[in-house]
Design a protein around this ligand. Sequence first.
Ligand code: 2U9
Length: 348
Amino acid sequence: MNLQNKLTDLKRQALSEIEQTETPDKINEIRVHLLGKKGPITEILRGMRELPKEQRPEVGSFANKVRDELTNAIDEQKEKIETLLTAKRLENEAIDVTLPGVPVKTGTPHIIMQVIDQIEKLFLGMGYQVVDGPEVEEDHYNFEMMNLPKDHPARDMQDTFYITDQILMRTQTSPVQARTMEKHDFSQGPLRMISPGKVYRRDTDDATHSHQFHQVEGLVIDKHITMADLKGTLAKIAQTIFGEEREIRLRPSYFPFTEPSVEVDVSCFKCGGKGCQVCKQTGWIEVLGAGMVHPNVLKMAGIDPEVYGGFAFGLGPDRFAMLKYGVDDIREFYLNDVRFLEQFSQKG
Ligand code: 2U9
């Protein structure tokens, strides 16, 4: 068989093999085998040395043509395989976007946090700042600056978790107010703040006591602050949490850090004031403590009580949540039983 026929034969066989190839590996293998240095085309071209000189160019050009044709056929087949593989992969990875999604289980803010959030929103809207502070506090800020010196009998009102002689778990959030008051620059304007957070008392836990609970305290210090300002603010809190129609009444009380001091009742949100089980037939429920900031407290923070005055209040979000949602055991808030917590889901 002459070389041209050999080449034609090789081409026919190779083309049919290329056409049937289905994988990129196999097509690469064919390319290396057919066109490589040890491949059949190179082999045939080597045989040209035996041919008479005048036949060599013709056979040479024929061989080159065959090599080009096979190279093209390999390239085309390779592209065909890759297109096919891509199409197959896309088909396998196809997502049915019309399928319903798997619901994602999300939590909801704890009911105490929901009450605190509501109060924060109200006060942020009235230009107050919300201030955080340490839960492990110094005796100085927790008691001393709140007009409770070491020998003051009012210290017996609170049983305290002491860490050392001078360091304790805060029993109220007032130390945050004391720290802020001390730093405040009154040439920049009045001080209006609330301090929400956890507080600690050495109580034995029962349905109405928890050794750790929450407080939101508020403080305003400016010139010309009166009890009328305080009363309006307290009414706003009661109405925000217990309903627009609520009224408040003030009863005289005693706190070492305010003078005068008051206890605040809200008209019963259950019976509207007629008397029921929630308000123990009185029509009123005690919800807040408050008063005008004691001059000693101002003095200790470096504020002149002859020029500045202020009001302060304190409330317990735990008690608010118990009243509002009819929870009869404060410990429910801290057991973290999702069946309890889920009842206050904001997801509706
Ligand atoms: C400064 C001066 C005075 C904060 C106040 C109360 C009255 C009060 C209790 C309510 C229920 C705490 O959560 S509770 O147990 N609080 O009755 N708190 S006046 O008075 C301040 C605070 C800061 C500088």
